[in-house]
Design a binder for this molecule. Structure first.
Ligand code: ATP
Length: 383
């Protein structure tokens, strides 16, 4: 059993704004938890607080129900896998894996060390490379050696800090699959920091999204995608990002840039009293009405400015007028999302069969039930 509980954790460096601000998370035994968010959101600081490399300003950190705030890193029995793997170049794979056992002087016999290293290297399919040096291994094999070191220690949890960010895209994809496979096989509680949402969505049992040190939402990848709690999460998760459209509220109608959409009584009630809301629609929720196989929903016509055909899918870009009243909110979101939030064009992801042409009018359809409606002041999702 190795659960990790973060209770109201705060980290302040000097007098500044808290780098981690009142974060609470319960990480279950065997769970793969992702910490994700833009640069500077506090994800590395949070991980370093868990492993003991940063002091906790306030709050409690519990491992297996025991408060460990004041325990030294070596006494927390957690194993950190760093970005550069921190392998010793002069040592063989065997000795690199054995290193933490040799460090605990006198605690393990030579026979025991050999047996543990052999078992770990077999599991990691490194048994044929035990006498090699790190320089003669592929990036993926090096990553496995780093994991081997974590395994022989019988650590309660693995902590990863952006382990793949130095690798090229192909290797990153392979390593992602490998880490997922190993974690499932070993069933070790894992906390993994990344700013890459593909890693977050594919690896995590749950994903914790942070902004400016504050936890925004912690949920399964599917829930984050389908039910984001606010504009920030909605804009951060998904690629290309969700479209944000200003919409005037007129009784039970939302007036979007291209079309008026009648809404359910339930939604009309939620937006009552507001003049304007921000409507979020994911690019793939739009369909090409001319294909005839997706005509459920609200239909509208718009002139396509640009198209991109990728063989298996297609993008169309359709400009619209930004509404002054939401400009400020969308610009703020844009800054928070490193330039991905503010857009005055609709991005539509269509079936590759579509024959949309630049400069021509397209007939598009979308299901209003899939719209996310956000409060333009607080950013909170109202649907
Ligand atoms: P990145 O993805 O860029 O690594 P991050 O989300 O991991 O970012 P942190 O490195 O945890 O973010 O930093 C969170 C905030 O705390 C940032 O504003 C950063 O400048 C600040 N910070 C981090 N370490 C220190 C430190 N030692 N002293 C002062 N401020 C720090």
């Amino acid at each position: 059993m190795s659960s990790i509980e973060l209770k109201n954790l705060i980290k302040k460096y000097g007098d500044g704004f808290p780098a981690v601000n009142d974060v609470s998370l319960d990480i279950a035994d065997g769970e793969f938890m992702i910490l994700v968010g833009p640069s500077g959101c506090g994800k590395s600081t949070l991980l370093r607080m868990v492993v003991g490399l940063e002091d906790i300003t306030s709050g409690d950190l519990l491992i297996n129900g025991k408060r460990v705030n004041d325990l030294a890193p070596r006494d927390r029995n957690l194993s950190m896998v760093f970005q550069n793997y921190a392998l010793y170049p002069h040592l063989t794979v065997f000795e690199n894996i054995a290193f933490p056992l040799r460090l605990a002087k006198g605690q393990h016999s030579d026979d025991e060390i050999t047996q543990k290293v052999n078992a770990a290297s077999k599991m990691l399919e490194l048994d044929e490379h035990l006498q090699r040096k790190p320089a003669n291994l592929s990036g993926g094999q090096r990553q496995r050696v780093a994991m081997g070191r974590a395994i022989v220690r019988d650590a309660d949890a693995f902590l990863f800090d952006e382990p793949l960010s130095n690798l090229d895209a192909k290797l990153r994809g392979q390593m992602r699959t490998e880490i997922a496979r190993m974690q499932r096989r070993l069933g070790v509680t894992t906390i993994y920091v990344t700013h890459d949402q593909t890693e977050a969505m594919t690896l995590g049992d749950r994903v914790a999204v942070l902004k400016k040190g504050i936890l925004q939402q912690c949920a399964s990848p599917r829930e984050l995608y389908e039910q984001p709690v606010n504009l920030f999460v909605a804009g951060f998760i998904g690629s290309p990002p969700m479209n944000f459209l200003p919409a005037e509220v007129d009784g039970s109608t939302l007036k979007l840039p291209f079309v008026d959409v009648p809404v359910s009584d339930e939604l009309a009630e939620k937006v009552a009293g507001k003049d304007l809301v921000i409507v979020g629609v994911r690019p793939e929720y739009f369909k090409d009405a001319s294909l005839g196989d997706a005509n459920k929903g609200t239909e509208f016509s718009a002139v396509v400015d640009q198209t991109e055909w990728l063989g298996n899918e297609q993008y169309a870009y359709i400009p619209f007028e930004a509404h002054e009243a939401v400009q400020g909110k969308l610009e703020e979101l844009d800054r928070e999302l490193d330039g991905e939030g503010m857009r005055t064009q609709l991005v539509v992801n269509l079936d590759a069969r579509s024959r949309l042409r630049e400069g021509e009018e397209a007939r598009l359809v979308f299901d209003p039930a899939l719209m996310h409606v956000f409060d333009p002041n607080t950013g909170e999702c109202l649907t």
